[in-house]
Ligand binder design. Structure first.
Ligand SMILES: Cc1cc2nc3c(=O)[nH]c(=O)nc-3n(C[C@H](O)[C@H](O)[C@H](O)COP(=O)(O)OP(=O)(O)OC[C@H]3O[C@@H](n4cnc5c(N)ncnc54)[C@H](O)[C@@H]3O)c2cc1C
Ligand code: FES
Length: 282
């Protein structure tokens, strides 16, 4: 892995996808590092994040939305909420940004080998999960993991993300993909309802040796983790990722701490077993 560098590396935007623009304004940006040597050496783990600099505006953390198996570029999906994210949304293909990282612990890709995996993602929370989903479904990795199930939750059909991945996800062996929206709607023939209410009937959650990954709005994470706990799933097998305010990204400034944990350094990925021990500040 490239030594952590506090200086942003210059990267060019090579593609922009407008994912949704109704309720949520989300774009997926594809970046390519300008320095060939840096790009060749660069590596990361799904679940890690980068600090993205929009020159003259500011810096903000974003989790990788692409898999490290894609060697030539990296992707981040960005919801427009404020200063930096709005400035990012105004950029065009060919514009340059700064990137420093990768930071954080990332998902435990090695220790979940030979396990069943269930992903429950909601809205922009699907972004960090997509990095791991695309990693485990990649041809070179698929045989290392057992059954894979996805439950992707969106507010409405207009808010679905990564539609261009669905065919691949659905056609991969031993992989089951479900989609749900909050309310019934004309033309929608898939699931309806909040994801925590669909776990029992839509997922084979009783398969032995299953690891659960969930990410989404805090309220969704709470309901999903409560439901999984009530079904008897061990808190150590429920894994999520936190989004605290951050500044340095490397455990120095104290901006992101919860109790004795620095989310930027000890996280952002935590098991429910770790979360229940933390003060209720996330
Ligand atoms: C590890 C990590 C990974 C992240 N991954 C993604 C991602 O993949 N896609 C994405 O769109 N966003 C992601 N975020 C959140 C993203 O960093 C914030 O949305 C961004 O910093 C907002 O910057 P801004 O200048 O546009 O907003 P500001 O102008 O600073 O604030 C606008 C609004 O956003 C809220 N806000 C700011 N920062 C956060 C935050 N960290 N969490 C929740 N609300 C915040 C503020 O309270 C305010 O209401 C991630 C955050 C972390 C810590
Ligand atoms: S962002 Fe500075 S300590 Fe975590």
């Amino acid at each position: 892995m490239v030594k952590t560098n506090m200086l942003p590396q210059k990267a060019e935007i090579v593609d922009i996808k407008q994912e949704t623009e109704t309720n949520l304004n989300i774009k997926t940006f594809r970046y390519k590092f300008l320095d060939d040597q840096f790009r060749e050496k660069f590596s990361f783990k799904p679940g890690q994040f980068m600090m993205v600099t929009v020159y003259g505006v500011g810096e903000a953390p974003f989790g990788f939305a692409s898999s490290p198996t894609e060697k030539d570029y990296i992707e981040f999906s960005v919801k427009k909420v404020g200063l930096v994210t709005e400035a990012l949304h105004n950029l065009k293909i060919g514009d340059k940004i700064g990137l420093r990282g990768p930071f954080g612990n990332g998902f435990p890709v090695e220790s979940i080998q030979n396990k069943n995996i269930i992903f429950i993602g909601g809205g922009i929370g699907l972004a960090p999960l997509r990095s791991l989903i695309n990693y485990v479904l990649d041809q070179q990795n698929r045989s290392k993991y057992k059954n894979i199930q996805l439950l992707n939750a969106f507010r409405s059909p207009e808010d679905t993300l990564y539609c261009y991945d669905y065919k691949w996800w659905e056609n991969t062996e031993n992989t089951k993909v479900k989609y749900t929206i909050d309310e019934p709607c004309e033309g929608w023939s898939k699931c309806v309802g909040y994801p925590h209410n669909l776990i029992d009937e839509e997922l084979d959650w009783e398969l032995p040796d299953t690891k659960f990954f969930t990410c989404g709005p805090p309220v969704m994470i709470k309901f999903v983790t409560d439901r999984l706990k009530n079904l008897g799933i061990k808190p150590a097998d429920i894994i999520t990722t936190l989004e605290m305010r951050m500044s340095c990204g490397v455990g120095k400034c104290g901006r992101c701490n919860i109790g004795h944990y620095y989310v930027c350094k000890d996280g952002p990925v935590f098991t429910l077993e770790q979360l229940v021990e933390m003060p209720d500040e996330y």
